[in-house]
Design a protein around this ligand. Structure first.
Ligand SMILES: [Zn+2]
Ligand SMILES: [Zn+2]
Length: 107
């Protein structure tokens, strides 16, 4: 298939229509799969499970150290965990603070 850079498909096309290939997809996953495979486009992954009610909270155990709430990736696991705990209060904040200060004293 010939890639036409002048008609790069729109990742966020609401109709899942690839204007580059003139193909329309029924669902987002199919469309994104097409963009990834055919157009070598790098797409952010969409969380599989929708998070109901609550505001977006990051997963403190996310191995990529990415805070989806702040759209920020952390360089170190320690900073990431602390960020999740402090900023998003994802765990019991008090216990975390105690643990944090203990760590500081040891270091
Ligand atoms: Zn296409
Ligand atoms: Zn955050």
């Amino acid at each position: 298939m010939i890639k036409d850079i002048n008609t790069e498909p729109n990742i966020h096309d609401p109709n899942f229509h690839c204007k580059s290939c003139k193909v329309k997809y029924a669902g987002r996953n199919e469309y994104r799969g097409h963009l990834r495979i055919v157009h070598f486009m790098i797409l952010k992954t969409i969380p599989k499970h929708k998070i109901p009610q609550k505001p977006i909270l990051p997963d403190p155990d996310n191995p990529s150290l990415y805070c989806r709430s702040c759209d920020h990736t952390y360089a170190s696991k320690g900073h990431y965990k602390l960020h999740c705990q402090y900023t998003h209060d994802s765990v019991n904040a008090f216990a975390t603070k105690v643990a944090y200060f203990n760590v500081l004293q040891i270091v």
